[in-house]
Design a protein around this ligand. Structure first.
Ligand code: AMP
Length: 392
């Protein structure tokens, strides 16, 4: 069964509250990457073109102190939004009260009100029922289009949706369709590539993908805990000693399915390395740390990817922020971009930035807009912001 989407709702002349993801990176009041605003445009444009009165809600950054408030003022998004589409945009510097209510009431069909940062309200992150109820009172319909926030039960996601007829926006609908297919009905072979710093962050996703994928390739900092679990020497590489037993369990249960690095690029120091070399996995000398997968591993991983029909990638293969340790990540990214006849999915976060920075973004079938949400989805967890949206 599919979820109700914005297309199933009769939006003409209605007040439609849309939870968007305008959590844009910014510095000194200037947006440094407007991709998130652009990603919300299909839903916003559809609504304004179909005569809805649109009220946009989003969080921006973390808001704990008055200083955070000043720093994460949503007004910086208003001009950007106005420049990217043609409907009139009114920014309201409030999250409740007369000014907001009057602005909504005065709206013409096809216009937009952008509310101040939802996190100015303490009750937002706690899913305060009164707050959800209050925001819901400002609209007739609710549309969920912030994939980066659907794994959190907040007042602006779950709270509002529990009071109003609701549907998914185009961005979330696409995420759910693509990730849902990879998880529940993938074209096989399904290969997962998992990297990044910590095993502890990825336990649940490794566990679930070992059940459903045909191969799970592990690189990045977390691979050294696996190497230690096999009795390898890992020098001063990243190690989560309390996860060694778990890594052993994954190795046993995974069998041939779990593919680990066979060589690694090492250095004598993280930030100021004077000696860099490549050694076989499990043979890292004392005083050295593993910072990237080696060339033999790149070839091994490429071989595993041959003939793959679905690939899910989350997490870099090394410390890719430093060009000296970025080769593994670049090579894997390249080979995925060149993979023919496969659905290639990047689960957001650092791997998404790597693909974009390397100029490969267009070559992937799907780059998720929510790192945390896509991981939780692939863990098989329910995402509250999606669960609350009714089925058709
Ligand atoms: P994550 O957020 O878990 O996907 O981790 C991403 C971070 O893992 C990046 O900042 C990488 O620099 C870091 N990382 C990847 N490989 C290693 C490694 N071998 N040692 C230390 N950090 C690593």
């Amino acid at each position: 069964m599919a979820k109700v989407t914005v297309k199933d709702l009769d939006v003409k002349g209605k007040h439609v509250i849309v939870r968007v993801d305008f959590n844009v990176p910014h510095k000194n009041g200037v947006i440094t990457d407007d991709n998130r605003v652009r990603a919300a445009l299909p839903t916003i444009n559809y609504l304004t073109e179909n005569g809805a009165k649109v009220l946009l809600l989003s969080h921006l950054g973390k808001v704990k102190t008055e200083e955070d408030k000043a720093k994460n003022d949503m007004s910086i998004v208003a001009d950007c939004l106005a420049s990217l589409q043609s409907a009139p945009v009114k920014f309201v510097n409030a999250t409740r009260g007369e000014e907001l209510e009057a602005a909504v009431k005065a709206q013409e069909d096809g216009s937009i009100v952008l509310m101040q940062n939802t996190r100015y309200e303490k009750g937002e992150s706690k899913n305060d029922p009164d707050l959800g109820n209050y925001w819901a009172s400002l609209g007739d319909l609710f549309v969920e289009d912030a994939f980066g926030s659907v794994h959190r039960a907040h007042a602006s996601t779950v709270g509002i949706a529990s009071h109003l007829p609701s549907g998914l926006g185009f961005l979330v609908d696409k995420e759910v369709t693509v990730l849902g297919k990879a998880l529940n009905d993938p074209e096989r072979p399904l290969v997962a590539i998992l990297g990044g710093a910590k095993v502890s962050d990825k336990i649940a996703v490794i566990e679930n993908l070992l059940k459903i994928a045909d191969k799970v390739l592990i690189g990045g900092g977390m691979s050294y805990t696996f190497s230690a679990a096999m009795g390898g020497k890992i020098g001063t590489s990243l190690l989560e000693a309390d996860k060694i037993d778990l890594a052993k369990k994954f190795i046993e249960e995974g069998g041939d399915k779990l593919v680990l690095p066979i060589d690694t690029v090492i250095a004598n120091d993280f930030s100021n390395p004077t000696e860099i070399k490549t050694v076989d996995a499990g043979e890292i000398p004392d005083g050295f740390m593993g910072l990237d997968i080696g060339p033999k591993t790149v070839e091994l991983f490429k071989k595993q990817l041959e003939g793959a029909k679905t690939v899910f990638w989350n997490g870099p293969m090394g410390v890719f922020e430093d060009p000296r340790f970025a080769k593994g990540t670049i090579e894997i990214c390249k080979s995925l971009a060149e993979l023919e006849g496969a659905t290639t999915i990047i689960g957001g976060g650092d791997s998404a930035s790597a693909a974009k920075n390397l100029g490969f973004a267009e070559k992937f079938s799907h780059i998720s807009t929510g790192g945390g949400a896509s991981l939780e989805y692939m863990e098989g967890k329910e995402l509250p912001g999606i669960t609350i949206i009714p089925e058709k």
